[in-house]
Design a protein around this ligand. Structure first.
Ligand code: SAM
Length: 317
């Protein structure tokens, strides 16, 4: 794929806000823990000549494309295929104890979504229902929907997709898979349309929420988010910044709570007179309320519409 194609496929979300809060002009090393197409990293490297970026992504193809795109930055950019939940060991393996900034832009990239082979999209036609970000391991979406019980499927689609028709969709999945296993994106998209009984015109494709729910489950996207925030804060130098962009209300809630704990909020039961939990204020939260993209940005880049950004600054000690 050509570099230009890659650049056009994924527009980095909330670019000005990310740069203002990460403050790369301070120099040092920033970890882009969800490198994707390297859109944010390109902005960071381009905006501050003294800064270096270490990019992580679970997806080997994304790493390769980002490396091509960012080759002109030479030694200022390095990439490692890794889960961001391994950030502490990735940084330690490079002989470092701390970093100046960490950026996390959760979810999937437009490259992953638009690439039919990856099975993330209801527009994928006869593509295999895969949805794994790291294609070297784990269960595919097809494995999952052909294995789970009806109630488990309904709960998953409701919780991760916020889909009100989750029970009808789960029922239809069970009926169809009794005839033959469900294997393609088209099969799943069509059965959802039939289950929600919405043929014809729609603003958002009826299968959007079901596909989102399966993707979150396949990649266990909500697991360990709180622990990740703790590990990231631990890695920051004093004045170091952590910037997190989420696209799902459950993710945002988890990040908000994890940041509050790092900001010293006591975990003791409300009626307890004395604090015994040892809460310590390690960060200052820089976004009292989550930031959201401007209307102009959403017009330019509709995929930014559900983004929420939270950030903090590491305090001394
Ligand atoms: C929204 S995209 C990032 C786009 C990027 N900021 C840009 O501007 O090009 C999210 C990326 O995070 C990666 N990702 C998701 N979960 C991950 C995880 N647990 N560890 C590492 N990478 C992950 C996905 O593979 C995807 O490439």
């Amino acid at each position: 794929m050509l570099e230009k194609e890659v650049t056009e496929r994924h527009r980095p979300v909330m670019p000005e806000e990310v740069l203002a809060l990460l403050a790369p002009e301070r120099g040092g090393l920033i970890v882009d823990a969800t490198l994707g197409m390297g859109g944010h990293t390109e902005l960071i490297l381009g905006s501050a000549p003294a800064v270096q970026v270490l990019g992580l992504d679970r997806d080997a193809e994304s790493i390769r494309l980002a490396e091509e795109r960012l080759a002109r930055f030479g030694d200022r950019f390095k990439a490692v295929q890794s889960d961001y939940r391994e950030i502490a060991s990735v940084v330690a393996e490079r002989g470092l104890e701390s970093v100046d900034g960490i950026l996390v832009d959760l979810g999937i990239s437009s490259y992953q979504l638009d690439n039919p082979e990856r099975g993330f999209s209801f527009r994928g036609g006869e593509a295999a229902l895969d949805m794994r970000m790291d294609r070297s391991q784990g269960e595919t979406a097809a494995d999952l929907i052909n294995r789970l019980a009806e109630g488990e499927l309904a709960d998953l689609i409701f919780e991760y997709g916020e889909e009100r028709a989750s029970r009808r969709i789960a029922r239809r999945i069970i009926q169809e898979r009794e005839v033959a296993p469900i294997g393609t994106t088209a099969q799943l998209a069509e059965l959802v349309i039939r289950a929600v009984n919405q043929p014809g015109h729609w603003k958002i494709h009826p299968a959007t929420k079901t596909f989102q729910a399966l993707r979150i489950a396949v990649n266990q996207e909500l697991d360990g988010l709180g622990d990740f925030v703790t590990a990231a804060v631990e890695l920051l130098k004093p004045e170091g910044r952590l910037v997190i962009i989420t696209f799902h209300s459950l993710e945002d809630r988890m990040i908000k709570q994890a940041l509050r704990l790092e900001a010293g909020q006591c975990k003791c039961p409300p009626r307890q007179m004395l604090c015994v939990c040892g809460a310590r204020r390690k960060i200052e939260i820089l976004t009292r309320k989550a930031l959201v993209p401007s209307e102009e940005e959403v017009k330019r880049n509709p995929r930014a519409r559900s983004a929420k950004l939270r950030a903090c600054r590491r305090l001394d000690g």
